[in-house]
Design a protein around this ligand. Structure first.
Ligand SMILES: NC(=O)c1ccc[n+]([C@@H]2O[C@H](COP(=O)([O-])OP(=O)(O)OC[C@H]3O[C@@H](n4cnc5c(N)ncnc54)[C@H](O)[C@@H]3O)[C@@H](O)[C@H]2O)c1
Length: 370
């Protein structure tokens, strides 16, 4: 076992960071108030001795004028964040949101939407990210930048490399699944997890499980779509189709990887599909699968999933953080294949989810290196 607490940093104090940090406090409070507290909604209460409340925030970076320079507990609830409040009574912490490097984080088209729906760039000088990471004693940085922020993601990944900090890349700019970047982290002995969170009960995990089920039951999947709508800034950002390339690759490969023979591109359509402001952080997925079973007789399946988007990602990162810290204490560097396959849509190596779950348990027990 390593040190008692895990210090995380977040890049992007948006809805996902807000849900994760509120969730940590929700479970901490439940545990402190009631010794018989039975936490719901977690895959693991304990990972190698770490409980959810052993995670604390040491640093936060954003570029929005309503968040930069503000105490973290205020910034987490500032507009345009719109996720459901899980736990409103966040404690005072010393963390004040630092000004990050904007680079390609903010899409031009946002200027056509109301201010309380978009990112508003602060007129501040960027901090020295590497210095803040070192001085705050951050162990692990979570990247929650908007889809399409490839340059900004590379900038923060480089800062992690320089500062000896692990990266959990929650979004689809490929770092951990890129062999070049992966090797650089491995050479420096820094464990990393990524890319692009596969939510706890999201469209991807359900679509993957059903694709696997079709295969396992001998049903030929002929074509499928997965259409998603939502009303948070993630969905607004993704209206700019030029930012979407990697998101589509990540979501599509996550399903194709579960089929023995991948579908022809024209027979699979997966993507964030529209922005519906009143949905806020509620995401709705419409899924259709068409196939042929015994005697080549046709069948089809329709499914509608409605979830609060951001807590759904927190349910996975809470485990990714603790697995990553375990690797740090064990002196293991480079991509963590087991937790990345389980918790991320676009890992370096894909595995069926049932296999990835076993691999994660073996990793936690120390029976598997990564
Ligand atoms: N279930 C999920 O919600 C889920 C699942 C998988 C992946 N993701 C991905 O996680 C990422 C974060 O999602 P979210 O809902 O929190 O997004 P969000 O839009 O709520 O938050 C993004 C934050 O990044 C900030 N930002 C923009 N440019 C920046 C820069 N250069 N430096 C620092 N901060 C910057 C914005 O001001 C905002 O606070 C997205 O890429 C999303 O696609 C989310």
């Amino acid at each position: 076992m390593g040190k008692d607490k895990i210090r995380i940093g977040v890049v992007g104090v948006g809805n996902c960071a807000s849900s994760l940090i509120q969730g940590i406090e929700f479970y901490r409070d439940g545990n402190e108030r009631d010794s018989k507290f039975e936490p719901l909604g977690l895959m693991h209460l304990d990972i190698g001795g770490y409980k959810p409340w052993d995670i604390e925030v040491g640093a936060a970076f954003d570029i929005d004028r309503r968040k930069v320079g503000k105490p973290l507990k205020e910034a987490l609830f500032a507009k345009p964040n719109c996720t459901k409040t899980l736990y409103p009574h966040l404690n005072d912490s010393a963390v004040v949101v630092s000004m990050g490097e904007v680079l390609d984080g903010v899409s031009e088209h946002m200027k056509d939407y109301p201010e309380d729906r978009v990112f508003l760039v602060a007129n501040e000088k960027p901090c020295n990210v590497e210095k803040v990471l070192k001085e705050s004693g951050t162990d692990i940085l979570l990247n929650y930048l908007p889809v399409g922020s490839d340059r900004a993601t590379e900038f923060y990944a480089q800062a992690c490399l320089n500062a000896g900090v692990s990266l959990i890349n929650c979004m689809p700019s490929f770092i951990v699944s890129d062999r070049h970047w992966a090797r650089r982290f491995e050479e420096k002995g820094i464990p990393v997890v990524g890319d692009d969170v596969k939510s706890q009960m999201g469209a991807t995990i359900i679509h993957r499980a059903l694709a696997r089920l079709f295969e396992d039951r001998g049903v030929k999947l002929d074509r499928t779509y997965q259409i998603n709508t939502g009303g948070n800034t993630d969905f607004l950002n993704m209206l700019n189709r030029s930012r979407l390339r990697n998101k589509r690759i990540s979501k599509t490969e996550a399903i194709q990887s579960q089929l023995d023979i991948p579908l022809e591109p024209e027979n699979i359509h997966i993507g964030p599909s529209d922005y519906v402001p009143w949905q806020n952080d509620n995401k709705v997925c419409f899924l259709r699968m068409e196939g042929r079973g015994f005697g080549e007789v046709s069948l089809n399946l329709e499914l509608r999933l409605s979830v609060e988007d951001s807590p759904n990602s927190g349910g996975m990162t809470i485990d990714a953080i603790r697995c990553c810290q375990l690797a740090r204490t064990r002196g293991i560097g480079g991509p963590l294949l087991s937790i990345s396959a389980y918790a991320m849509k676009h890992p370096l190596v894909q595995f069926p989810d049932s296999e990835a779950k076993v691999m994660v348990e073996e990793f936690i027990q120390g029976k598997r290196e990564r």
